[in-house]
Design a protein. Structure first.
Length: 698
């Protein structure tokens, strides 16, 4: 209880991109409990993860010593392996020895095969400073641009479309702006589960009269607050959005003044959507043409309207096209740049925005500056006093393919878990096993760490200082609340030690020194200093002055494109990569749960969260359950062209007929054994949201 606490430390939640501010209540160096703080994105509210998911750092299987693989110990995910006692496969080592073995292995591969034989995955769970250091190490120490992170599995397609159309990959307005909107479209997102405190802002908006419109194949809790819900056929999103654009064009509902002053390419879009009428698209979308017309009219005729989207939009082979369509809808109606208007891809991990800004992306340097641009490269070469590779690096799934092909031979993975999070896990795990040298830096012996040659015990979020950037572009400070256990070390310190062994003259004493360097390469951090973050707790970028609040809504005057105008990018309906057929008649979609985050490495080691949601289960609609002859709680087998998984089945009235949902956080029923690795050609994001499958009684 709070009366027993001997200290309090203010910080930020380590889970989702909402970025709730919280306070750790501490006694004898242990977190007793967590309370919400009055941050701009949470107003004292927390969801169950932020409130109860604080004890994972003290789990019995926490790594506290560096580990080195024993000679001959097999690599792979072994269900009998005990992460709390890794001695069957690993021996403990000193930091000096572990760092030496880690770095020498990578350096040896570089010497033998060149810089492109190495790659690194950084982490959106780590701080901005750690992301900056990680990508700097890969680019200046390894010598390649093969550095990526979980944005590739999340919003890479959204960012590709936003960069192309409006010149910036971040949101144009915060989710607090929903309070000012007359209409809010939520599509391909499930905020009550995945961004629960953001969902409270949508509920508050609905209470004040904002019309919530939900466009999604399956239902969700926010449906109870919706003015209208359109449940369309999975994978038909581009058809639906083009039909909405057709209505806006044919009924002349567009904002001609806005289009003339702020955009280019509208005439081509008009021509493009001419034949994509609601009547022509209705059958493939599975919704009546009149409903499509009604939704298009509501959005277009609103004075102020916003669009929010999530992985249901981005994780498709047409993910970039989906986002292009949403951007076209907003541009056509002049719904950006004013309070209560905007485009907002809801960011997943707590620091996926910041890690992307800081350069954990293979084709761009920090602040999304292309590696192929000689001027950009020259600026970073001067800042870092080294030459940089001018070739874009490979992305997450491409790196796995390059390992399988034998071209990438060594990796450094910090805080990511591709042995659970990559599509088609058999393929991904075979690739990890093929690596000649793998260094994993994490809190636990994760599924990925079970392939490692060296494991470096890292820092949990309450054990270090660092800044993070949430979905609203708000930069906030996490502060060390409790000491590191055993020999575990802050991630920034470990990265620096590896860098030193690559001969890099790094000498950072604290993350604030890294932040100061970041400001030299990232204009987005202008007028945001570490001291200011300590003082104000949250500053939004872009920020015009040292004493000004940052811009909650951007691009009212001009877009950050060469012409200052936004660009319409027409798209054609593209089917999912694989089709349902007689053998695989059901659509498998995957996602998160309220209680568990991503691959479950933290939340499944949190006592309360694990108790609240203790086992893997798939969800189907009541009719689907009847058709299978099953009852809720029975065992069911899900089979795709890549494999089979057996788990319990639950009935969910919000599920669409013909679909099954699987959470992807359970190692014992790893959903990504089944998912399709086919990539969106622009964002290089896999199609997690659509795999043809067969359901049978197990
Ligand atoms: Fe944490 Fe997100 Fe929940 Fe807020 S909404 S407490 S940031 S998980």
């Amino acid at each position: 209880d709070s009366a027993a606490a001997d200290s309090q430390v203010d910080s930020v939640c380590p889970y989702c991109g909402v970025g709730c501010q919280l306070t750790y209540h501490i006694k004898d160096d242990e977190i007793l409990h967590v309370s919400g703080r009055d941050g701009p994105s949470n107003h004292n509210r927390l969801c169950v993860k932020g409130r109860f998911g604080f004890d994972y750092p003290r789990h019995a299987s926490r790594l506290t010593r560096p580990l080195i693989r024993k000679p001959g110990a097999p690599k792979g995910v072994d269900p009998s392996f005990d992460p709390a006692d890794p001695s069957s496969h690993f021996r403990e080592a000193s930091w000096d020895e572990a760092l030496e073995v880690a770095a020498e292995g990578l350096k040896g591969l570089k010497a033998a095969h060149g810089p492109n034989a190495l790659a690194g995955f950084g982490s959106a769970k780590c701080s901005n400073e750690e992301a900056w250091l990680f990508q700097k190490l890969v680019r200046t120490g390894f010598g390649s641009n093969h550095v990526d992170h979980c944005t590739r599995l999340c919003h890479a397609s959204s960012v590709a479309a936003l960069m192309e159309c409006i010149g910036s990959g971040a949101v144009t307005a915060s989710f607090m702006q929903a309070a000012e909107a007359d209409v809010v479209i939520l599509t391909g997102c499930n905020p009550a589960v995945n961004h629960p405190v953001a969902a409270t802002f949508f509920k508050q908006a609905a209470k004040r009269g904002t019309k919530i419109i939900i466009l999604d194949p399956k239902g969700q809790a926010l449906g109870a607050y919706a003015h209208q819900t359109l449940s369309f056929t999975p994978g038909s999103d581009v058809s639906l959005f083009n039909a909405m654009l057709n209505v806006i064009v044919s009924e002349e509902l567009y904002d001609a003044d806005y289009i003339r002053e702020h955009t280019e390419g509208f005439e081509a879009l008009k021509e493009h959507v001419r034949h994509l009428t609601p009547e022509a698209m209705a059958e493939s979308c599975g919704v009546p043409a009149e409903d499509i017309r009604a939704v298009a009219r509501e959005y277009a005729t609103a004075e102020r309207a916003m669009i929010f989207w999530g992985m249901g939009i981005s994780q498709h082979v047409h993910g970039t096209d989906n986002a292009r369509c949403l951007i076209s809808l907003a541009l056509a109606c002049g719904h950006t740049g004013r309070p209560g208007t905007g485009l907002h891809p809801l960011r997943g991990q707590n620091n996926v925005q910041g890690a992307s800004d800081a350069g954990l992306i293979p084709m761009v340097l920090p602040d999304y500056q292309p590696v192929g641009d000689a001027q950009v490269r020259a600026a970073f070469e001067e800042l870092w006093n080294t030459d940089l590779d001018d070739q874009p690096g490979l992305t997450v799934v491409e790196i796995m393919d390059a390992i399988a092909a034998g071209t990438i031979k060594g990796m450094y993975i910090q805080g990511e878990n591709p042995a659970m999070s990559d599509p088609d896990l058999d393929h991904a795990r075979a690739a990890l096993a093929k690596l000649e040298h793998l260094v994993v830096q994490d809190l636990f012996v994760t599924e990925t760490a079970q392939f490692a040659d060296v494991i470096l015990p890292a820092s949990a979020w309450p054990e270090k200082d660092g800044s993070v950037t949430n979905t609203n572009r708000q930069v906030q400070l996490g502060r060390q609340a409790v000491p590191l256990p055993g020999d575990a070390r802050p991630d920034w310190w470990i990265i620096q030690e590896i860098a030193k062994r690559f001969g890099l003259p790094w000498d950072y004493a604290h993350p604030r020194e890294v932040f100061a360097e970041m400001k030299q390469g990232m204009a987005s951090l202008d007028h945001i200093s570490w001291e200011r973050l300590e003082r104000e707790a949250s500053v939004t970028y872009p920020c015009p002055a040292d004493d000004a609040p940052g811009a909650d809504v951007v691009f009212g005057d001009a877009f950050p494109t060469a012409s200052g105008r936004a660009r319409f990018s027409p798209t054609l309906p593209l089917p999912p990569d694989e089709q349902i057929d007689r053998d695989y008649p059901t659509v498998l979609t995957t996602g998160r749960q309220l209680e568990h985050w991503h691959t479950g490495s933290m939340t499944r080691r949190s006592r309360v969260l694990d108790a609240l949601e203790p086992e893997a289960a798939a969800s189907v609609a009541p009719g689907e359950l009847r058709r299978l002859g099953l009852e809720a709680g029975d065992w069911m087998q899900i089979t795709t062209r890549r494999g089979s998984i057996t788990l319990k089945v639950r009935v969910d009235p919000l599920m669409a007929e013909g679909m099954v949902f699987m959470p992807f956080c359970y190692a014992e029923a790893a959903a990504n054994m089944l998912t399709n690795p086919a990539l969106d050609p622009f964002g290089k994001i896999p199609e997690f949201k659509y795999a043809a499958c067969r359901l049978t009684a197990a």
